[in-house]
Ligand binder design. Structure first.
Ligand SMILES: NC(=O)c1ccc[n+]([C@@H]2O[C@H](COP(=O)([O-])OP(=O)(O)OC[C@H]3O[C@@H](n4cnc5c(N)ncnc54)[C@H](O)[C@@H]3O)[C@@H](O)[C@H]2O)c1
Length: 251
């Protein structure tokens, strides 16, 4: 299937590593120009070099999504370089795990800042360009943890909040040719998670509940995002696609 995104411009926050990097590679392989938006400068530049070495076009945007000033400047940088923005993937994120009574104000604020304020800042900044084009695709990164998970009060809250933002923006922006959807993965075998001391235990638990008996891989998530980011998904908006190997269906 031709995704119809060759020559389109995709901004991927948290695009330098993990699921964001897998998505950047996948959209670049389809001919999209990629803004690798990440606060990790060396990793963002390294991925840009990789995409360019494979014959693609990419730009590193080293900015903090939680800051509205940084976001406005970064979006202006992308428009100056590529002239348009067709696709926004709100993927940047991290979490602080632990019991709610032990969570500090700063931890709570930083998680809300990157996921919720970050996605809001990015959407607000790109929507005028997408409206002028009468075309846009926004994909938000939620999580299976949005259903509730032990030690993840803040993370579950923001990931559920992103689903609300997805549905509200879908209603508001549909008339302008802009679709807004979300993906909600379970545990995915990224470099960062593989390095975690609890990964193998969580992965075993996850496998026990999955219909599909293999690990979730970054490309599984990138493929789901690619569909929502494509021209082929124009009649689909306000949806959340769970990418979990069938875990949710077994609860
Ligand atoms: N890996 C999983 O199992 C999994 C499952 C469900 C959802 N997710 C979500 O997917 C997204 C990516 O996760 P990942 O596992 O690839 O993480 P990762 O740590 O490998 O990559 C995240 C990237 O985001 C960047 N980033 C973080 N905060 C930022 C900020 N404020 N501004 C700009 N860049 C920032 C980091 O520098 C990093 O490059 C996150 O939103 C995460 O919550 C991950």
């Amino acid at each position: 299937m031709d995704l119809g995104i060759a020559g389109q411009v995709a901004v991927i926050t948290g695009g330098a590593r993990g699921l964001g990097a897998a998505t950047a590679q996948s959209l670049a392989n389809e001919g999209a120009f990629i803004a690798v938006w990440d606060r990790d400068e060396p990793s963002a530049h390294a991925l840009v070099r990789e995409i360019e070495a494979a014959g693609g076009r990419a730009l590193a945007v080293v900015r903090e999504v939680a800051s509205s000033d940084e976001v406005a400047a970064g979006v202006a940088q992308v428009v100056a370089a590529f002239g348009r923005i067709d696709i926004l993937v709100n993927n940047a994120g991290f979490s602080h795990l632990g019991p709610v009574a032990e969570m500090t104000d700063a931890q709570w604020a930083s998680v809300v800042g990157v996921h919720l304020t970050g996605a809001f800042n990015m959407a607000r900044a790109v929507v005028p360009t997408m409206k002028a084009q009468r075309y846009g695709r926004i994909v938000n990164m939620s999580s299976l943890a949005s259903m509730g998970a032990d030690g993840m009060a803040c993370y579950a809250t923001v990931k559920a909040g992103l689903q609300g933002l997805t549905r509200a923006l879908a209603v508001e922006l549909g008339a302008h040719g802009i679709t807004v959807n979300a993906v909600a993965p379970s545990l995915i075998r990224t470099e960062r998670l593989r390095a975690s001391p609890v990964f193998e235990r969580l992965n075993a638990l996850s496998l026990r509940g999955q219909a599909i008996q293999r690990d979730g891989l970054p490309e599984d998530v990138a493929n789901a995002i690619a569909f929502f980011a494509s021209a082929c998904s124009g009649f689909v908006t306000g949806e959340v696609m769970f990418v979990t190997g069938g875990i949710r269906q077994l609860w």
